[in-house]
Design a protein around this ligand. Structure first.
Ligand SMILES: [Zn+2]
Length: 132
């Protein structure tokens, strides 16, 4: 068993390892978004010749980012509109508190608009430690 397979078998995506090049960032608060993205890719793969998978789903500066790629050795890129649809879902990540999974509230901090969880306002930076 490869390291990836071993890791994946202990995640909620155990039966979907083929959909990932790198195992996805395991943040429970983001499971609904990741599930939504998986649905989109599975739907695509059901209908299209060129199958897609996730190259990476990870956290970047507190936001969720996901990159898709064609499976196999194809030289073509993932279709722009599909990556755009994935991005749209991933962009919801920064509106969800990583600590409790609740939706954050849009607040004005130092005259800048920010999304904050009212319960975990101060803790947020500490949780960045978990970044993967
Ligand atoms: Zn919270």
């Amino acid at each position: 068993m490869s390291r990836k397979e071993e890791y994946m078998s202990n995640t909620r995506w155990a039966d979907k390892a083929d959909l990932f090049y790198y195992p996805p960032c395991d943040v429970p608060a983001w499971y609904p978004l990741i599930d939504e993205m998986i649905e989109l890719i599975e739907e695509w793969n059901d209908h299209e010749e060129q199958k897609m998978r996730f190259f990476q789903i990870k956290e970047k500066f507190g936001t969720l980012v996901a990159y898709i790629q064609p499976t196999g050795d194809g030289v073509i890129d993932a279709p722009r509109h599909l990556q755009d649809a994935i991005n749209k879902i991933a962009n919801e990540g920064h509106k969800i508190c990583r600590v409790c999974g609740e939706r954050k509230v849009e607040t004005v901090v130092e005259s800048r608009l920010q999304w904050r969880c009212l319960d975990h306002w101060d803790n947020e930076s500490r949780w960045r430690v978990r970044e993967c």
